[in-house]
Design a protein. Structure first.
Length: 146
């Protein structure tokens, strides 16, 4: 059996990294799910858990996913309200990659019998979405119908 060296543990970071978008001329959706987000309540100190969804249409750069994971981890020891955390994540994405469009959806787990969903959006000046294709019109919404 071979000896394996221990790797350095990852650490949270408050920065995001990016990489060039090789298809910047095209609008395409990047959909990211982060089902294990944690922070804690600034009033009680109790843990808060959320499922984050990030949807964005990049311009010249995209978010590097490992850096995103480390950035999301940086909230673990921070006390913040749901609305603040959701908007902070959107602000960091916009500041880092200047996307054409970005939406951050945070679905917070129940606390005190209340579920909270927070959605924050950004749209670049002058950008407008392409018209949606109505798949139902072509009988393609249900693959069994084809």
């Amino acid at each position: 059996m071979s000896e394996r060296k221990a790797s350095k543990p990852s650490r949270p970071q408050t920065t995001l990294d990016s990489f060039p978008n090789s298809h910047w001329q095209r609008d395409y959706l990047i959909h990211i799910q982060i089902p294990e987000f944690t922070c804690h309540c600034p009033l009680t100190g109790q843990p808060d858990f959320a499922h984050f969804t990030i949807d964005y249409i990049a311009d010249k750069t995209c978010i590097e996913l490992k850096a995103l994971k480390m950035f999301m981890w940086s909230f673990r020891d921070i006390g913040a309200f749901h609305e603040q955390v959701t908007n902070d994540v959107l602000d960091k994405i916009v500041a880092t990659i200047s996307p054409r469009f970005a939406r951050v959806t945070a679905r917070w787990n129940v606390r005190g019998g209340i579920y909270t969903n927070v959605v924050a959006e950004h749209q670049a000046d002058g950008w407008s979405p392409q018209p949606a294709v109505d798949l139902a019109r072509f009988g393609l919404a249900n693959p069994a119908a084809v």
